[in-house]
Design a protein around this ligand. Structure first.
Ligand code: NAD
Ligand code: UD1
Length: 333
């Protein structure tokens, strides 16, 4: 079976490519390196000992997609390509709507033309807005607070409409909670340029003295220690969720949505303290004001993915912290 992976050089895509190759899938990857580096390709090959086909280019480019589908017999696609920074999406909404929507529309149109109607899509827990009930089930009300989140919800709606119009499609919408950590090899992981927006990359840069201290955004939330609670999931567990989803879409039709999370909530201070403990490093922090738009707590009810996809997360928060630090120590870029 041959799987097209869009955005396969990115953080979650690269880990998923490794799991796909390990599971003996053939893969074809397209990426334009807008948020990744070409050396990831060799690293994926090094980890797996397997080769694959790569196309450099934009997923919005239908001509290129057509060429890819003509040159390869693609059985299904996993669509990661898109922009993902919430703050940037508020500053540059058109750039986000253009890239996230156009990549998806071009891909769906070309897939349809080539009668390849099986797709796994990267959505986000951000589509739950401010959840009323925890843990969050897939049936919870949906809303968004920023253009990034709105693109995810719009794409979910597009996918549901595509299925309604033609029920030979098979679509899995995966709502990720908070992916962190890195591959055990330390060869692939997440190391954003500049000042990170998300918690784990920030902690890592404080631990490596690239940044002076972590700002903990508020300690007056309605949580056990007052700091925000999230469902952190190891990126390798998340990547494995895509293998389960691909196996499922290859063998069923339908359009369904799955939470990919652990079901456990950890606070900012839980993560900081665990990181310090398992890596034997200091992580200086200061409590500051809340970040606008943040919510108290967000964690998944992952039971649907277990029941239907036969997937559940296995790796603990200690492993996530160790692997995140191991990656930056080995990453020479
Ligand atoms: P990432 O930025 O590391 O990876 C995205 C990849 O897509 C990058 O390699 C980038 O170069 C590529 N890309 C972007 N636009 C492209 C285009 N037009 N053509 C070709 N390639 C393009 O992001 P990630 O963390 O791996 O996230 C993957 C997907 O999962 C995204 O859709 C993101 O919105 C979604 N997601 C991520 C998180 C998270 O916390 N990382 C959470 C929820 C959902
Ligand atoms: C953020 C995005 C969300 C996106 C997710 C994964 C916002 C408002 N939400 O979620 O849409 O799906 O990333 O990419 O940006 N924190 C600090 N100090 C920091 C950074 C974070 O205290 O320097 C806290 C936050 O207040 C939060 C927790 O750490 O309580 C996790 O933050 P983050 O990693 O940014 O993820 P989310 O806010 O869950």
């Amino acid at each position: 079976m041959k799987i097209l992976v869009t955005g396969g050089c990115g953080y979650i895509g690269s880990h998923t490519c490794v799991e796909l190759l390990d599971a003996n899938y053939e893969i074809v990857v397209i990426d334009n390196f807008s948020n990744s580096k070409p050396d990831v390709i060799d690293k994926i090959k090094q980890i797996t000992g397997k080769d694959f086909t790569f196309y450099e280019g934009d997923v919005q480019d239908k001509e290129l997609l057509n060429k890819i589908f003509k040159e390869n017999k693609i059985d299904a696609a996993i669509h990661f390509a898109g922009f993902k920074a919430v703050g940037e999406s508020v500053a540059k909404p058109l750039m986000y709507y253009r890239n996230n929507l156009d990549t998806t529309l071009s891909l769906l149109e070309v897939m349809n033309d080539h009668n390849c109607k099986k797709i796994v899509f990267s959505s986000s827990a951000t589509v739950y807005g401010k959840p009323d009930t925890l843990p969050i089930k897939e049936t919870a009300p949906l809303s968004t607070t920023n253009p990034y989140g709105t693109t995810k919800l719009m794409i979910e709606d597009i996918l549901r409409d595509v299925y309604k119009s033609d029920n030979t499609w098979s679509i899995a919408i995966l709502r990720y909670f908070n992916p962190i950590g890195a591959h055990k090899s330390g060869l692939i992981g997440e190391n954003p340029n500049g000042i990170p927006n998300n918690l784990m990359p920030y902690i890592v840069k404080v631990a490596t003295h690239e940044l002076d201290h972590l700002n903990v955004f508020g300690n007056d939330y309605n949580t056990k220690d007052g700091t925000g609670v999230r469902d952190y999931i190891h990126v390798v567990d998340l990547a494995k969720g895509h293998i389960s989803a691909i196996n499922y879409v290859l063998n069923h039709t339908g359009c369904d949505t799955y939470n990919l999370g652990t079901g456990h909530g950890y606070s900012v201070l839980d993560l900081v303290n665990t990181f310090k403990e398992v890596n034997h490093v200091e992580v200086a922090y200061q409590i500051t004001d809340r970040r606008p738009g943040d919510i108290d707590a967000c964690y998944a009810d992952p039971s649907k993915a277990k029941e239907i996809l036969n997937w559940e997360a296995n790796l603990e928060i200690e492993e996530m912290c160790k692997d995140a630090y191991n990656f930056v120590q080995k990453d020479n870029n």
